[in-house]
Structures are given as structure tokens and as C-alpha cells.
Design a protein around this ligand. Sequence first.
Ligand code: EPZ
Length: 410
Amino acid sequence: MIRVQGGVRLDGTVPVSGAKNAALPAVLATLLTDQPVQIANAPHLADVETALELARALGKSANWEGDRLTLSGAVSVTRAPEDVVRRMRASFLALGPLLARLGQAEVPLPGGCAIGARPVDLHLRGLAALGAEVSIEHGIVRAQGALKGAVVHLDYPSVGATEQLMLAAALAKGVTVIVNPAREPEIEDLCALLSSMGASTHWEADRLSVAGQPALGGASHRVMPDRIEAGTYLLAGALVGGEVRVANIRPQHLEALLAKLSQAGLDLARGDDWVRITREGTPCAIDVETAPYPGFPTDLQAPWIAFLTSTEGRGVVRESVFESRFAHVPELRRMGASIDLEARTAIVLGPTPLQGAAVKVPDIRAGAALLLAALAASGETALDGIALLRRGYERPVDKLRTLGASIWET
Ligand code: EPZ
């Protein structure tokens, strides 16, 4: 349980950790080689531990030294353990590398989760286009066959499907061209790792090419900063008030959020690897629609709604990436927020004073929204289900304490 005594200004600097959504594909990319791969700036998160558990179950050795991971050894198991894949959706990215490395793979279908059905049809159609025979029996995806480079068009720029195909293509025979790939910074990060392992990647206007190699070597890679963690702490400063500086980031990864915060009237300053936000007075409500990068990130939609409760006017938020990603709304209403929901749109009227309450964390980013609301609310908030929050945020209590928050764990 995390408890927060709200209404305390936030002032200070937050060091941002390595990106969860870059570290996870990086761990799975190590399945492609027997050689040692070092991954620096890896965040200590439950999801990263789950990815390491999966890699070990498949035959790799995996060890921490500070924030640096080293994975080595040959994968020897073609079947991913069900309990691990069901625990974390990104485990499904084991399919492509296992298939590419061993010629066959069996990975359970990932469950849907709090934010939607999250099908994997684009992953499977893409692997089939590379020559794999893909079938699903009793909830297990089976793929086998030698992979050959091909042109694969993605109906939607899916982050996971793009990563899945990049990982498979890295050991396929010939060049794979992914048309309409995801363009999130995490994709660039994976390109950099695969290139340093020996698979060359190349971006053009609407496509990403990956030239497969017979074998890949070891590498030493540094994970990019977590743009979603950075955006979450900026929104904490925007909501609660004070002067918050997020450090060790790439501001260019946050342009959509920074533009919206400026439009809302927040005072922003930025350097090469930091952004500072200052809230003076009442910002005005600004509409947002989530979209694939470089659009407004869906992972900041929930924290944005928490921020909107403190702005003047009517803010319309359209969630265009996932079909049901408003689990934070009922909990925010319990804290006094005025939010109407219509299908994939939330309409927030503000400013409304928030009161502390006992709330339950339904998913990672909804949990972040509730934590931000707790920091702004009058009185005490008790957040239950913080294990979910820890899947996406490293040491949130310590980091908020450095900003002056009255927050503790019981
Ligand atoms: C990644 O999920 C992230 N997770 C998500 O972050 C993030 O919200 C999402 O990308 C969008 O940016 C990781 O990187 C581990 P998608 P992913 O495939 O790959 C549909 C967090 O909180 N789709 O781009 O699953 C899908 O249903 C998490 O850190 C298909 O229809 O996202 C969704 O509506 C949450 N068929 C849309 O595409 C497919 O085969 C975007 O999904 C694949 C996806």
C-alpha cells in the first residue's frame, strides 16, 4: 500500500530511469545470439525481472551488476513457459527470436488486459510472410520453418508487431522490409542494438529494412531514457504545482506532451538532457487525442486526465490506440473529479478540488494517474495494488520524496 498526504508543492529534480519498453525487447533480442550482450541503464522493474526469468527458462544466463544486465549462452528450449507469458504481454516477443534461432517456437497467446483485447494478428501474419508455418492450438502459438526476408505491410504501426518482425528478420535469409512500421523511439533503440549485434537496419520514408545474418554476435548497449516515466513526473509538477525538473532524458522524445503543456499555460524550460516545468496559477484545459509516435502517447493519457482535473474549462481526451483504457476514470471520480465517458472519449470539467480516498490501481498507467491525483488531493489517499505500479515505475516513492512529497509505504 502506498499512502500519500496530498496538497504538498513539488520542487526538485527527478533522475529518470532507463525505458521499460526499450529494455524488454532488448532482453528478448539476446535470444538471437549465444554471445554475451550487455544492457546498461536497465531499470529495476518487475517486468524486467519477468523478462529475465523468461530468458533463463529458455536457456540463457542473465545477471545484474548495478544497472547493467549481462545475458549470454545459447537458447535450448523452444517453448516459453505459460505462467511467465501470461504475466507479461511483452514475453510474446520471444516467438520471433526463438523461431529465427531454433527453427521452431511455441509461445502461449498473451492474455488481453485492463486496456483492451490486444490481439497479435499482425505479429502472426508478419511471421507467416517471412515463411513461418504458424498455428494456434489450445491457446499456444506454434511457429516453425526457415525464415526468408520479405516485404511485410503492417495494417497498423503496431509497436510489438514491428519489434517481433525485427527480431525474426535479424536471422532471416535476406532483407526484410517492414512497411508502415511503428516509429516509437523504442524501435530506434532496438535498431541500434540489432545493428551492434551485426544485423544492419535502414530507415526510409514509410519503411524499415532489416538485413538478416547467418549468426549475430554479442554487443554492449545502453537503454534509452524512459520518456513515459519522464512525462509522468512532468505531469505531476503540472498538476500539483511547484518546479519539477526531470533529468537524464531526451526532450525530443516528448514534443507532443511539451506542446500540450505549453498550450495549457505551463512554463517550460529545456536543456540537452532535461526539462523543467513550473506551474503558476490555473492552466487551461487542452484537448488531446492519443496516436502512434510522434503523436500524443497513449501511455500518458491517464496522467493527462489527472492533470486536466486541475485546469480551467472542458478537456476532451480521445483514446485512439486502445479500445478500453479508462479504468482510472471511476477511481478519479471517487476523488472528486468530474469526468464523462463516451466510448473512447473522456470529457473532463475543471478545476475540481480532489479529496484523498482509498483507491485501487487497475493498470500501470492508471496507477500513475491515481498517484498524481493523490499528490494533489486534500487529505490522505491509500493506493492499493502498487505491485502493478512498480511494473512500470522504478522507486516511485523515493523519487517523489526527493521532490518533497509526503508519501510512504505501509
Ligand atoms: C506497446 O504495446 C507498449 N508496451 C505499450 O505500453 C504501449 O501502450 C503501446 O506499445 C502503444 O504505444 C511495450 O512496449 C512492452 P501495439 P503493444 O501493438 O506493442 C492493436 C505500458 O503501459 N494491435 O502498438 O502491445 C492493439 O490492440 C504499455 O508501458 C492489433 O490489432 O502496442 C492496440 O489497439 C501498455 N494487432 C494497437 O494495435 C496486433 O497484432 C496498438 O498496439 C498488435 C496490436
